[in-house]
Ligand binder design. Structure first.
Ligand code: PRX
Length: 637
């Protein structure tokens, strides 16, 4: 088995074997790129992506804050870059799909087969009236149709909006309404932990009040005839021709919207453009994971999240490699499933989240011992800070002390990872994300924007090519969320510490929590709880959780009603039905009042203190300090 790392003191570095095969192994790259990041990205863009028309050199980067554009005037089609240009090797596997039931046969799609299906499906979308610039909603589990649908949108320049399949109908509805999609792509169901999830019924519930005219239903469970606005994916696709002329897009045309949680109750539609996103996805996948075309990458994220977009679908395909996606849960039929998938499919690059690793640690080493996983070369982590225990377990039990762990920091907004360590350079240090990716610049500042060693993580101009291009139909939200705090720096809303020349991420500094790596806003959850008819108001705060990182706890003031015993369960169920089970509160406390300032602002900090058994400060500013002792008693009881 190849050894990819060597230890020096408490740090790990790439071994000779790793350095020899890595795309990048010269640390000078950081300095070189930083001399002129615009020039650096311009070269990468030309080398990594096929353009139909190049941009004028002075338009490589145009900045007029809070907006900025990359490769302005350049033209390309994303699907051509992900598929057509690899057709010289048509029988190479592009996508491997592993169904949850181990008895069911995996699906393999070669580049040529995937290209054909994408073209056919693009023609389907066209036949339903979808045009360049139209939004298409996708509500699909991790099945090949998800990648086909996404790529088909990019073929014709439609803007996809993927909604996580575990989200509830209400969450789907608000997202469909916001982007005004007329076509929805969903499935008749999927399997999770051996159970059939009826996705179509959930999708149907979301349609009322939207402009959806066609619902294309992927036939995951069975082939079935549909009627009215519903059509079968398999049927409509086979009627179409296997080629679809790609729509040439401007680099700065939107490619997709992805809704994410912020500090207000309504999710924001983060917009990503075509050219900048393509360039950053291609290069970060290649360099950060050291992915080579003959290799297989498995990113365990769902396509409903940005990680699934960039590293389960787009990045590996842009690189002409094989991407593996798995439908089910990590523990089905047993806790060894993931490791068996890695062994069976000779996965080279494996990318997951700390929450999953902590879950495996809890189960003991028995399941991983059976699997040697000699194909593994690079391990990645994302979504939340990884603690030392999880890092070491991942390193020794999965990587067998051979593989670097790449701690990749990024956000829905950044499109791809931009703080990390390159496998051929190192060092790989537990709990530390690393350096700004070549050609990107981050700094740590205090609340006034002055440079510090510890504080808020911000990004400096030139802002990276994959960065968001605004918030869908909401300029104010975009300007206020990302550009108000530091004006000329992008505000990440994360805290960080400088450790030597490496960046350690400390976590969110706003009212956003990370539950099992999923982003959830306290305001969104409060909004949902407040909609329950018997609730007067509520406050949600996160508490630490050994496996999930954080979990939400709700404090609820009921309307004048009897607090019957089942109320906690009813509120949890209500959250399941409106947002989805990821957001379900871990505990609901019923209180008579919430601590508030004179202006009516709920002091969540005080609730956090009380849950952590700490003495809260600043009670003087409260209009109702008496409620604090009362809440303390309720928590204790
Ligand atoms: O707090 C940071 C955390 O995840 C947030 C972004 O969440 P989301 O938009 O859902 O995207 C997650 C996947 C890219 C960040 O603001 N985060 C992400 N990666 C890391 C991280 N925190 C620490 N270390 C990381 N590697």
């Amino acid at each position: 088995m190849v050894l990819y790392v060597t230890k020096k003191g408490s740090k790990y570095y790439p071994s000779k074997a790793m350095k020899e095969q890595a795309w990048v192994n010269n640390p000078n790259i950081y300095k070189e790129a930083d001399k002129n990041p615009v020039k650096f990205w311009s070269n990468l863009a030309k080398e990594g992506i096929n353009w139909d028309k190049l941009w004028g050199e002075k338009n490589t980067y145009v900045e007029k804050l809070p907006y900025f554009w990359w490769f302005k005037g350049g033209k390309l089609n994303f699907s051509v870059n992900a598929l057509d240009r690899h057709l010289g090797n048509p029988n190479k596997i592009a996508l491997k799909w592993i169904p949850e039931n181990p008895k069911e046969k995996p699906t393999e799609l070669t580049y040529s087969e995937l290209h054909k299906k994408v073209c056919q499906f693009a023609n389907v979308l066209k036949s339903f009236g979808v045009k360049k610039g139209d939004a298409v909603s996708i509500y699909l589990p991790l099945i090949p149709e998800a990648a086909i649908a996404m790529l088909a949108c990019t073929r014709i320049g439609a803007i996809h909006s993927v909604v996580f399949s575990a989200f509830a109908p209400d969450a789907l509805k608000t997202r469909i309404q916001d982007c005004e999609a007329k076509v929805l792509i969903t499935a008749d169901g999927y399997f999770r932990r051996g159970e059939l999830v009826d996705l179509l019924t959930k999708a149907k519930k979301a349609l009322k009040g939207t402009k959806i005219k066609k619902v294309i239903v992927a036939n995951r469970i069975k082939k079935k005839k549909y009627s009215g606005k519903f059509v079968s994916f398999d049927k409509v696709i086979e009627e179409q021709s296997p080629f679809c002329e790609p729509e040439m897009m401007n680099s700065e045309d939107p490619m997709f919207i992805l809704y994410t949680s912020g500090t207000t109750g309504k999710p924001k539609g983060v917009i990503h453009d075509t050219g900048g996103y393509a360039v950053q996805s291609y290069w970060t996948t290649k360099w950060v994971f050291d992915l080579h075309p003959e290799e297989t990458m498995w990113c365990t994220a769902d396509i409903g999240w940005i990680t699934g977009h960039t590293y389960a679908v787009y990045g590996p395909l842009l690189n002409g490699a094989t991407t593996l996606i798995y439908e089910g849960t990590p523990d089905y039929p047993n806790m060894g499933r993931w490791w068996k998938i890695i062994d069976d499919n000779k996965v080279n690059v494996f990318y997951t989240a700390p929450t999953a690793i902590r879950m495996f640690i809890k189960e003991g080493d028995k399941w991983v011992k059976k699997h040697k996983m000699p194909s593994l070369k690079v391990l990645g982590t994302v979504g939340e800070p990884i603690d030392e225990k999880a890092w070491k377990w991942y390193f020794s039990k999965i990587g067998k002390n051979r593989c670097p762990i790449i701690d990749t920091w990024w956000q829905t907004e950044t499109g791809g990872t931009i703080i990390n360590v390159l496998p051929g350079i190192g060092p790989f240090v537990p709990t530390i994300a690393g350096k700004s990716f070549p050609g990107t610049r981050h700094l740590i500042v205090d609340h006034k924007g002055n440079k510090k060693n510890q504080g808020f993580l911000a990004q400096k101009s030139p802002f990276t090519p994959g960065m968001l291009h605004g918030v869908w139909k909401n300029h104010k939200k975009y300007a206020d969320t990302y550009w108000k705090a530091f004006k000329k720096y992008y505000d990440t809303s994360d805290g960080a510490i400088m450790k030597g020349n490496l960046i350690k991420i400390t976590g969110r500094t706003d009212d956003v929590m990370k539950v099992s790596g999923h982003r959830l806003s306290t305001a969104e959850l409060e909004n949902a709880i407040n909609k329950y008819k018997k609730v007067n108001e509520s406050a949600v705060v996160p508490i630490p959780d050994k496996i999930r990182g954080q979990v939400p706890v709700a404090f609820v003031v009921l309307k004048k009603t009897k607090n019957d015993k089942g109320m906690e369960g009813k509120i949890k169920k209500h959250v399941d039905n409106t947002l989805g089970p990821t957001a379900r509160p871990h505990k609901v406390y019923f209180v008579n009042d919430l601590p508030k300032t004179r202006s009516g602002k709920i002091m969540r900090r005080i609730l956090k203190n009380l849950l952590a058994n700490e003495e809260p400060k600043g009670l003087m500013t409260l209009v109702n300090p008496g409620c604090v002792d009362e809440i303390k008693e309720i928590i204790k009881a």
